[in-house]
Design a protein around this ligand. Sequence first.
Ligand SMILES: Nc1nc2c(ncn2[C@@H]2O[C@H](COP(=O)(O)OP(=O)(O)O)[C@@H](O)[C@H]2O)c(=O)[nH]1
Ligand SMILES: [Mg+2]
Length: 347
Amino acid sequence: MKIGIVGYKGSGKSSLFEWLTGVKPDLSLAHSLQSAMAAIPEPRVAALCDIYHPKKTTMASLELVDTPGLARDQEGNAARLAQLREIGCLICVAPVFDGSDPQKEKAAFHEDLILADLELVMNRVQRIQEQQKRPLSKPDQEKLAFELETLEMVQSALESGQPLREDELNDEQQKATRAFRLLSEKPRLFLINTPDDATNLDAYKELATEKYPVVAVSVRLENDLAGMLPEERKAFLDEMGLTSADRDQILRAILDASGQSIFLTAGEKEVRTWLMRKNATAVEAAAEIHTDIAKGFIRAEVMNCDDLVRLGGERAVKAENLVRREPKDYVIRDGDVVLFHFSAPKS
Ligand SMILES: Nc1nc2c(ncn2[C@@H]2O[C@H](COP(=O)(O)OP(=O)(O)O)[C@@H](O)[C@H]2O)c(=O)[nH]1
Ligand SMILES: [Mg+2]
């Protein structure tokens, strides 16, 4: 899943991209999408490495995408927003460092996404209504009527300012609207780009709702700090009376907002984290590693990472009967270290 960094021009998108990925976006490509990866921190990996001494450690990464800035006057925004359709999750950057009101920024951005979606949906509704005037076979009539009904539901939700999220539509309805990839339906994290000397970051969190989580960070400060040596950094922060944000925490907030989480695999060859959708089943997690493992799935052997660390190794975990054998539909939990048993495909 691609994670788009979106917002108005000058809000700090490219700075955020640079801070999180370590890659400076190419200014000459600012009208298009630019991607780079950011490894997701997982503190438990270090403890697992102490146990397994693996040859290799691999961390799951998020693909972050710097996107063209939107214009406040909407000029040219339709084309910019159209580029975001393929993106799975939006990080909306609000430039509160320049004195903007975070609540107003949040509302303005929400409205722009809704307007872009409404235009798309209303065009399609109009086209369907025209098609319906022509002679059609019964199945085609029914298909169009269903699509129209779904779109009208989506449209009225958009008009009320409460867009539906993908998971609020049933499978059939999702099928009917999938081609649109509505922006306002995408999971979203609101990132408040604060002044360098902002002290009460928690106050911003009051803007968060269950659907739209919020994080606050001074992106410029963090970028400056990232270029310093640890001792320089500390001296600078002390002297200026500033505190720095926790990059790991921001990345985990992005992971969470995107509806994903990670699971672990561990052995002497490799200790590794993998991305999966939140609450994935064992067979879905297996598919993240290889489709053959999912196809030939026999069972998952699951240990809790804390048990492994506490007892010091797999053998001790087994001796305590703490290795669980789980079927396909087992829901993976936080901290699960998973070993899949599967039958190899016949070639
Ligand atoms: N004061 C302040 N300026 C910032 C901050 N983040 C970005 N800027 C400045 O805002 C301008 C635009 O930043 P940029 O990341 O290019 O924004 P973009 O247009 O959204 O990609 C640059 O001059 C940045 O230095 C911040 O946290 N504080
Ligand atoms: Mg930029």
